[in-house]
Ligand binder design. Sequence first.
Ligand code: KIV
Ligand code: ZN
Length: 511
Amino acid sequence: MSDRVVIFDTTLRDGEQSPGATMNQDEKLRLARQLEILGVDVIEAGFPAASEGDFQAVKAIAAAVKGVQVAGLCRALPSDITRCFEAIKGAQNPRIHTFLATSPLHMRHKLNKSPEQVLEMLQAGVTLAASLTPNVEFSCEDASRSERDFLAVAVEKAIACGATTINIPDTVGYAQPQEFYDLIKFLLATVPNASKAVFSVHCHNDLGLAAANTLAALAAGARQAEVTLCGIGERAGNASLEEVVMALKTRSCLYNLETGVKGEQIYPSSRLLSMIIGQPIPPYKPIIGGNAFAHESGIHQAGVLKCPETYEIMTPQSVGRAGNEMVLGKHSGRNAVKARLEELGFALTEEQVTQMTEAVKQLADKKKNIFSEDLEALVLEDIYRLPDKYKLRKLSVLSGNMGVSPVAAVVLEVDGREEKLSSFGVGPIDAVFNTISQLTSRSPVLKQYAVNAVTSGTDAQGEVTVRLEEGGHKSVGRGSDADVIVASAKAYVNALNRLAKKEEERECATL
Ligand code: KIV
Ligand code: ZN
């Protein structure tokens, strides 16, 4: 009989703390819905006491998702705990996740408290949390650098005060797998009331061991893993959901542990996150990276053709990645598009499937072969894009080396009104960006511009990422199109929409 591991996803909390990964409320909601489809057990939606924006986002997620627990993080302080509960109480199954540092370093230098004072705070905090909801998680921050005997006392106290999940974080990514295994074994064997709580782990990746430490802890008896999509998180990130889940699946005979995660939703979920935060998935990233299932050497290719298991320990389809074959074309009908979308793990409404069928036909006019990646880019572009203040309607560009100054003509919808302008630039992209910034009366600084081909071939769709900064606020935008100039304009407009959205949220928060 295999045991069930609770998958606690903290992409929206620890993940969002990673540089450049901030999301607005609509984006968080979109991702939370996808996490529910992915099949995680708990969504840590944010840190409600951190800001009004965080509070509102957690509240909105708690109201929106149904079949999944919603956790809010809070320090073990009465004001944080009550604020957290206010934000999550609308969820079907709300969880208060409260934490307090237990390592000598953190207690002395960060909290300026004695171990006895820390135990008093812990007792008061967990008792208060347990009076609000029966679903309470307590984390001993910096557990891996805490003194074992003190850690055991803290854990026992937290359980006695009503914590039902005990989280043992490797906050600074310091632990080694064997050591972390021993620590979990020690706690399970030593803490007298250990059987009354689920033991959880939360590992950071500073030494590249987050997934290994998580798996070691699960082997030792922990039954909750705290993970993030693509491993995003503070500094070097957290244990990545896809690595932990796929290790448990691929080596099920070794671990004998199950999760509720639907493997085929892993890649669509990671791509959605990547699109939202505007950070491409690195090609070498296990499971979800562009190269993860690519076989370059002739020997490997020959082996895979004869028998895929020679060099593939899991299939691309099992994580929601179809092969790189041609999938659709000009004559593909609605049913073919629908079937392909389902294979890729996108659960769309009938109306959205019709919209995609139309988009496929339009793309097929520009590009002969349509691959899975193209279809995916279309879904991310046309379906998952949020309602925007600015919409790109038309674009035309003249450039070249025949003595004309590059010029762009743009038709943009601004708050429902159509605006037109043409303007010059040093190059075609500069001309497009200048024109759009004049039309929107914004003057952001372009911090980064990157273009990437979605598939191979000169007719491949271009996927553009831009990073903007305006008045100290940053945003990223993504756009894809068979024409890279149009993709660039879409990415630029997308980044401006994000800046506008953040402004709106700041205004609401100060009302
Ligand atoms: O890394 C950490 O210790 C944390 C806790 C708040 C769980 O993120
Ligand atoms: Zn963390």
